[in-house]
Write a protein that binds this ligand. Structure first.
Ligand SMILES: NC(=O)C1=CN([C@@H]2O[C@H](COP(=O)(O)OP(=O)(O)OC[C@H]3O[C@@H](n4cnc5c(N)ncnc54)[C@H](O)[C@@H]3O)[C@@H](O)[C@H]2O)C=CC1
Ligand SMILES: CC(=O)C(=O)O
Ligand SMILES: [Mg+2]
Length: 629
């Protein structure tokens, strides 16, 4: 098994390879001259703008940090206060403004304070991208919960009121037939990463229509901060096919199409047209599908995954993060990882996320058991899935095709006294699971009764609870509830961040954040840098195994199964390198820029990590030089 077989070959790179490795991508001139990957002292960025146009462009603006020579060169003299400040002084001044909200917060962060912070950060994002990402990267643990879950959920809900400047692109059902030309309205000639949503299931908040654009923006903030994707080459996209949220349709301030969602072939034709348009203009782009309702998430993934460079984060990213956490829980129990196929896992939620996890985790078990048909059967029999109508068995009427392979046979559950529709608490009592995993979007689903049933039934020394639904109020339980009811030994992870729990006597109950943010940035970056034409199961599995292997034994024994968010840039680099390696191994890698596939094949593990590192964008002001069109 690849996990933990970290036998890195440490040979020194050839001179030619080293030249490639050590040459981070320097921005060549592009039509819109939108590059700032270089920094002071190295190759400058050529721009076709002067004066106020520069100050109003967040991709180039440095505000008060423009030096006097640059002010002269770019016709900025007199347009800024005279004092030239350093980038760090700029950040210090900004942080004084941002931190004032903390002074007001007596009972932790209220929604109002979180939103106020989001507003201040968003305004900076509109003004000056380098500074925005510098602050985000340096304080990712503190501000990920603002630009991402949970606050991004609130932002999407309140989008009409918060909307000031558009960010990203909107394609709507009214744009049918126009998308192929519309894509040229985007100013960047190169786009590496698109996150697209149709707004139909935003976190656990349901159909938010056009307001779902916020989640695409939040995910791309993580692509820039964690994966070092150049912010000039990311594109958030909202495909507005209508909404079935009656409150939004009644709202006079709603900014989306005033119609119910398109269905069937009409819906598919819009998404098809969008995919064709973006891949025509940017053939190397990677498209991440985000927060599509389950009924479309699976069919769209099957429709596009063998043709386009795309993946579904909720189905595939979440699965990888869950697998890494599940393997961590096995290690925390003091068991060898090969015992994973013995774990009994009750899953609450049979949507895109829940079924994505069960599908991938059962495949991981099956691989450990020898990959035969009976191994697959045996692996599937370790999972019991409960949805809004209770335990899912083969006798379920109108069952979603994606769920069919995981529905239980009556004969297999009957001997436990269970049947179609048995309640979660009954299932927990009878199955006596090692793991309870929630992707139901139902806050508090793991009630006192359910947690007591787990405590009283399980034979596991360290049961694990994954309350993975977002945002915070949708978590199936809190860490306090898990530790106080099930016991101090429990392994706990949640989708949105919670604080660790003080268990007294110097003991800490660790609250892990089990969120796909640990994987999607690395999957995207690894795909980009390998030049893989599609994203294979093997590449996704490599990403999950890398995350699992990242945690040290001492950490997992402490109940820490995921790294702290502050290490997300490092873990993303490792994940991306694992994805590149697997793409090369599977002969999918077609190379990236100067790195052709043959060179890529010659790199050893260390060199691949170096290659990834050197292609991660960092927030540094470039020197700007004006060039006439
Ligand atoms: N932590 C993470 O990285 C991720 C978390 N999620 C979260 O997972 C949740 C679900 O996402 P999807 O699967 O796409 O949504 P979905 O709406 O497709 O699925 C929800 C599922 O929960 C079931 N459910 C509803 N009430 C239930 C109940 N009382 N008991 C048991 N099951 C119940 C539904 O029947 C359905 O099968 C959301 O809150 C989302 O934020 C999703 C992706 C990643
Ligand atoms: C984290 C995420 O992708 C979700 O909750 O949908
Ligand atoms: Mg999602």
């Amino acid at each position: 098994m690849a996990i933990f077989l970290n036998s890195l070959r440490r040979s020194s790179p050839s001179a030619a390879v080293r030249r490639l490795l050590l040459r981070p991508y320097n921005g060549e001139e592009v039509t819109q001259a939108r590059e700032f990957t270089t920094c002071e002292g190295s190759r400058p960025s050529l721009i076709h703008k002067r004066s106020l146009d520069i100050l109003h462009d967040p991709w180039f603006n440095k505000g008060t940090a423009f030096s006097m020579t640059e002010r002269d060169r770019l016709d900025l003299r007199g347009l800024l206060p005279p004092n030239v400040v350093s980038p760090q002084q700029q950040i210090d001044r900004f942080m004084v403004d941002l931190k004032r909200f903390e002074v007001n917060a007596r009972d932790g962060m209220s929604d109002t304070i979180a939103l106020a912070k989001w507003r201040v950060l968003n305004r900076l994002h509109d003004r000056n991208e380098v500074m925005y990402y510098k602050i985000l990267i340096d304080n990712i643990e503190e501000y990920a919960p603002i630009v991402y879950t949970p606050t991004v959920g609130l932002v999407c809900q309140k989008y009409s009121g918060l909307f000031r400047r558009p960010r990203g692109m909107y394609f709507s059902a009214a744009d049918r037939g126009e998308m192929m030309s519309m894509v040229y309205n985007w100013p960047a000639d190169q786009v590496d990463m698109i996150v697209v949503t149709d707004g139909s299931r935003i976190l656990g908040l349901g159909d938010l229509g056009v307001q779902g654009i916020g989640i695409a923006i939040g995910k791309l903030d993580l692509y820039v901060s964690a994966a070092g994707i150049n912010p000039q080459r990311v594109l958030p996209v909202m495909i507005d096919v209508g909404t079935n949220n009656e409150n939004l349709l009644k709202d006079p301030l709603y900014l989306g199409l005033d119609q119910h969602r398109l269905e069937g072939e009409e819906y598919l034709s819009v998404i098809d047209e969008f995919m064709e348009a973006v891949f025509t203009r940017w053939p190397n782009v990677i498209v991440q599908f985000e927060d599509f309702q389950s009924k479309w998430a699976f069919p769209l993934l099957q429709r596009y995954r063998n043709t386009y460079r795309m993946f579904n984060d909720d189905v595939q990213g979440t699965a990888g993060v869950a697998i890494a956490g599940l393997l961590g829980a096995v290690r925390a129990q003091g068991q060898p990882m090969l015992d994973f196929p013995k774990q009994k896992i009750v899953v609450a939620g049979a949507g895109s996320a829940g079924i994505g996890v069960v599908d991938a985790a059962s495949k991981t078990m099956a691989r450990m058991l020898g990959n035969t048909e009976s191994a697959f059967q045996s692996a599937r029999s370790q999972f019991w899935i409960v949805d809004a109508s209770g335990l899912i068995t083969e006798s379920r009427a109108n069952i979603d095709p994606a769920v069919v392979p995981f529905s239980r046979k009556q004969k297999d559950v009957g001997h436990l006294g269970l049947s179609e529709g048995s309640s979660l608490v009954e299932v927990v009592k009878k199955v006596k699971p090692d793991v309870l995993l929630g992707l139901s979007a139902v806050g508090g689903l793991f009630s006192k009764e359910v947690l007591e049933a787990l405590r009283d039934s399980t034979t596991c020394s360290r049961p694990a609870i994954f309350a993975m639904s977002n945002p915070t109020k949708n978590a199936e339980c809190t860490p306090e509830e898990a530790f106080s009811i099930v016991g101090e030994n429990v392994i706990f992870a949640s989708g949105s961040p919670f604080h660790d729990v003080n268990l007294g006597d110097g003991k800490i109950g660790h609250s892990n954040q089990g969120n796909n943010m640990y994987l999607f940035p690395g999957i995207g970056l690894g795909t980009l840098l390998s030049g893989a034409r599609v994203i294979s199961d093997g590449m996704l599995q490599a990403a999950a195994e890398c995350l699992a292997a990242y945690m040290k034994d001492e950490e997992v024994h402490e109940g820490v199964i995921y790294p702290p968010i502050s290490r997300i840039r490092d873990i993303t680099k490792e994940v991306a390198a694992a994805v590149v390696r697997e793409a090369v191994k599977e002969d999918l890698a077609e190379g990236y820029r100067d790195m052709d596939p043959r060179e890529l094949q010659r790199l050893n593990e260390e060199e691949i990590i170096e290659y990834v590192q050197n292609n991660m964008w960092s927030p540094v002001y470039p020197t700007l030089v004006y060039k006439q069109d």
